[in-house]
Design a protein around this ligand. Sequence first.
Ligand code: FAD
Length: 376
Amino acid sequence: MGVFCVKNTCYFERSLEIVANFATMKEVDYIVVGCGLASIAFCEQLRAHNKLFVVFDDGSQQSSIVAAGLYNPVILKRFSEVWKAKEQLRLALPLYQKIEKELDIKIDYKLRILRRFTSIQEQNKWFSAIDKPSLETFLSTQLVKNSNSEIEAPFGFGEVLHAGRIDTEKLITSYKAFLKQKDCLIEDTFHYNKIQFENGIVQYKNLKASQIIFAEGFGVKQNLYFNHIPLTGSKGEILTIKAPNLKIDFAIKSSVFVIPIGDDLYNVGATYDNEDKSNTPTEKAKEELLLKVKNFIKGEFKVVNHVAGVRPTVKDRRPLVGRHSEQKNLYVLNGLGTRGVMIAPYVANQLFQYIENDKTLDAEININRFDLMIMS
Ligand SMILES: Cc1cc2nc3c(=O)[nH]c(=O)nc-3n(C[C@H](O)[C@H](O)[C@H](O)COP(=O)(O)OP(=O)(O)OC[C@H]3O[C@@H](n4cnc5c(N)ncnc54)[C@H](O)[C@@H]3O)c2cc1C
C-alpha cells in the first residue's frame, strides 16, 4: 500500500501500536479531525509525504457521504467558469484516480452534463458564453436535440465537457475502511476541551502531535478554536428514483439535476435550505424535488431513497483555510461549499504547502481575510 514508512518504522506497525497501546502516550505528526472530502484530500498529502497521522470521525456530519459528487467546471445558472476550475481539475482528477488504484475501487465516472434550455434566449446566452476564453474548453458548440420521449426539452440542451461524478459514498466508506485497516482511524468524537498545549506540541488524551487539522465541515460550529469562522451552512436533500424507462447515461441540469447512478437509478437534487441545519430528510424538500423533476421527466418513476446533509458554505463562496491566530499548531480546512469534490484537493495542497514549506496561502481562501476586512 505504498508510502507508509516513517523514520524507518513501518507506518502500519506504528499506527497499530497507537491504537493497541492507547493507554500509553504515542506521538504522531498530525491529528486530523473529520473524514469527509476535505480530510481525505489532506490525508493523501500526508501519505504522499510520509507523515504519521490519525483521523477522528464520529459520523455527525453527512455532507460528503450524501453528495451527488458531480465535478462540473461551469456555473450553469450564469454560464460562467467555476473559480479556478482548471487548477482544481488538474489536482482533483489524478488524486481520485490514485485513490481508485490504491484502494482497488471505482469512484470516478466520466459523465456528460446536459443543461436543459427553457427558451431561445437561453440558447443564445449559451452560445455567447462559448466565446469567453475561460469557457471555450468546457462548453460544446453543438446544440443537443432531445430524442427521448420520457423527457420534455423542446429547446434542447447545451453540453458541458470534462465533467463527471465521484461516487462519494463509496469513496468515504472505502477510505474509512482503509484507514481502519491501518489502525489510524479513531471512530469517536473529538473533544476540543481536551487539547493541551506544551513545549510547541499538542496533546490530546494519549496522543502527542505536531499539528491538528480540523476538517469537520459544518461540525466546526462546535469547535472552541474555530467556531468564529463565518460558515453559514446550507442543508441539501437528494432523492434517488427508479425510472426503468428513462434510459439515459448523461446528467440533466434543469431546475434540479437528474444524475444516472446505474441500474435505472437516478439521483435527483438538490435543495438549498439556510435555516434547518439538521441531517434529517424532510417531506417539504421531497415535495419540492418531485414538483421540479416532474416538470421535465414525464415517465413513471418511484422514490427509493432520500438523504440530507449540511454543506459547509461561506458567504463569499471561498474556502476557509488557515492557522489559528494564537495556537500555532491548530489549522482549519473548511468552507468547501457546494463543490467539495473539485475544491478539496486544491485546498488540501495549499494547506500542506503552507504548513510544511512555508508557502503563502492563496489570499482568497485564507481565514485571515475576514480579520483584514474588520481592520480596514
Ligand atoms: C445534498 C448535497 C449535494 C451535494 N452535491 C455535491 C456535488 O454534486 N458536487 C460537489 O462537489 N459537492 C457537492 N456537495 C457539497 C459537498 O458535499 C461538500 O462540499 C463536502 O462534502 C464538504 O466536505 P467536508 O469534508 O468539508 O465536510 P463533511 O463532509 O461534513 O465532513 C466532516 C466530517 O467531520 C466529522 N466530524 C465533525 N465534527 C467532528 C468531531 N468533533 N469529532 C469527530 N468527527 C467530526 C463528520 O462526521 C464528517 O464525517 C453536496 C452536498 C450536499 C449536502
